[in-house]
Design a protein around this ligand. Structure first.
Ligand code: ARG
Length: 453
């Protein structure tokens, strides 16, 4: 069924149909299209175009429209719904497009669908944040090596590390909520581009469909998809964070690092090498991140340079949007399962933090506290590390006396700082890695998690 025809002497060619039809992907908007059409029928009744009885009849018939079968011969989801509605209600269905264009319908349907999708993503993200907090709780004082440049840098705690991701994910959660606010504005009543000439109550439509308000400009409605890009941008950042977590954990669980154990349930073996336990779940999260970025840039490229208002190019918005949403949702579910089942090996982590001169900064800072200018202290500890590297000594191989012999500016008590716990305990400033500070940060993170929906 076509929604036009009077102007044409011939129908669309087979190749054009194959090329341009979108039902195979925009079928996802089926439920939204039904809801929107019912609301529009009621709005037309309030505007005096339909009688109450006619609107009722249309609404009832719309509830009886089944999801499109695989072989439905229709251009898109909107055309499909109208065709079936016509089969059910005859001439009455012809009235439902009064004052309504597919341009606003597609905006409405996509917004309704995206609103639900954002809510699902936000709920999954919240679940992941809760899993991070649970994983952090027993480890506010558990020492792990912290890295910069992927070189051992300073001791931190496992909880402090996990809470770093909690912070990133909380901002992602905020961005999803902000995107939702821009998505949740009601476009119906904009016509094809110039607005609606019938007395539809747009505010009532918005209330009925659960929107926070109505769009302010009809041309904007038919022209823009920035609200979809807002979601894709938020999803891209979220995936970026997931990808970095995945990368970290692939490394930390490797034989080379060896202080994190991934559960059997989220890893796979090799068809050839019997010893392998591969972090495929994390690799796929990292891989899907690239795919979501591609969806984001895809829609950006589609929109760039389009003359106002609607252009058919914009039909290309849906596949990247749907795909990005699917990948983000599934990556969140997977990440949560990995976080919930991973086991830290605290002794191995502590060993890595204790033997790699991560305590060098602690020593230099102790010297600074004793009055040695920090630059000189830095030089002195640097020489100590060089000497140790030359002679194959680890921090624990030094006694207080040996340090004092090396340079009398080392006071005997400073040998305590060769244990990573000592220096760690000094990092008490808010936001730092001291166990006591981390415990407070954890409690605060829990409070924040409870305040978000
Ligand atoms: N399938 C189209 C889309 O997604 C619906 C809008 C069609 N509008 C039009 N003027 N051809 O963009």
């Amino acid at each position: 069924m076509k929604l036009w025809g009077g102007r044409f002497e011939q129908g669309p060619s087979e190749v054009f149909q194959r090329f341009s039809w979108s039902l195979h992907f925009d079928r996802r908007l089926f439920e939204a299209d039904i809801l929107g059409s019912q609301a529009w029928a009621r709005a037309l009744a309030r505007a005096g175009i339909l009688t109450e009885a006619e609107a009722e009849q249309l609404c009832r018939a719309l509830t009886e429209v089944p999801p499109p079968p695989a072989d439905a011969p229709d251009e898109d989801i909107h055309t499909y719904v109208i065709r079936v509605l016509k089969e059910k209600t005859g001439a009455l269905a012809s009235k439902i497009h009064t004052g309504r264009s597919r341009n606003e319908q597609v905006s409405l349907d996509t917004r309704l669908w995206l609103r639900g999708t954002i809510d699902r993503c936000a709920a999954r993200l919240r679940g992941l944040m809760a899993a991070l907090i649970d994983a952090a709780a027993p480890h506010t004082a558990t020492v792990i090596p912290g890295y910069t440049h992927l070189r051992r840098a300073q001791p931190v705690t496992w909880a402090h590390y996990l809470l770093a991701y909690f912070e990133m994910f909380q901002r992602d959660h905020e961005r999803l909520r902000q995107a939702r606010a821009r998505v949740n504005v009601m476009p119906l009543g904009s016509g094809a581009l110039a607005g609606c000439g019938f007395a539809v109550d747009r505010e009532a439509l918005a209330r009925e469909l659960g929107f926070d308000g109505i769009t302010a400009n009809s041309m904007d409605v038919s022209a823009d998809r920035d609200w979809a890009l807002d979601f894709l941008s938020a999803a891209s950042l979220l995936m970026l964070h997931l990808s970095r977590l995945a990368e970290d954990w692939i490394l930390y669980s490797s034989e080379e690092f060896g202080w994190l154990e991934l559960a059997d349930g989220v890893t796979s073996g090799s068809s050839l090498m019997p010893q392998k336990k591969n972090p495929d779940s994390l690799e796929l999260i990292r891989g899907k991140c690239g795919r979501v970025f591609a969806c984001f840039t895809s829609l950006f490229m589609t929109m760039k340079g389009l003359p106002l208002t609607y252009n058919r190019d914009m039909q290309e918005d849906k596949e990247p949007l749907f795909d990005a949403a699917d990948q983000t949702e599934s990556a969140l579910e997977m990440a949560r399962a990995v976080v919930e089942t991973a086991q830290l090996r605290p002794e191995a982590a502590r060993r890595a933090a204790a033997e790699g001169w991560l305590v060098a900064t602690d020593l230099a800072e102790a010297l600074a506290r004793s009055g040695v200018p920090f630059h000189d202290a830095h030089q002195l500890v640097g020489r100590l590390v060089l000497e140790s590297v030359r002679t194959g000594r680890k921090p624990q191989d030094w006694t207080g006396a040996a340090l004092h012999d090396f340079d009398p500016r080392f006071a005997p008590g400073m040998a305590e700082l060769l244990h990573p716990e000592k220096g760690l305990a000094t990092r008490l400033a808010p936001g730092g890695a001291a166990p006591q500070t981390v415990a407070a940060a954890l409690a605060e993170a829990r409070r924040r998690l409870e305040s978000i929906s």
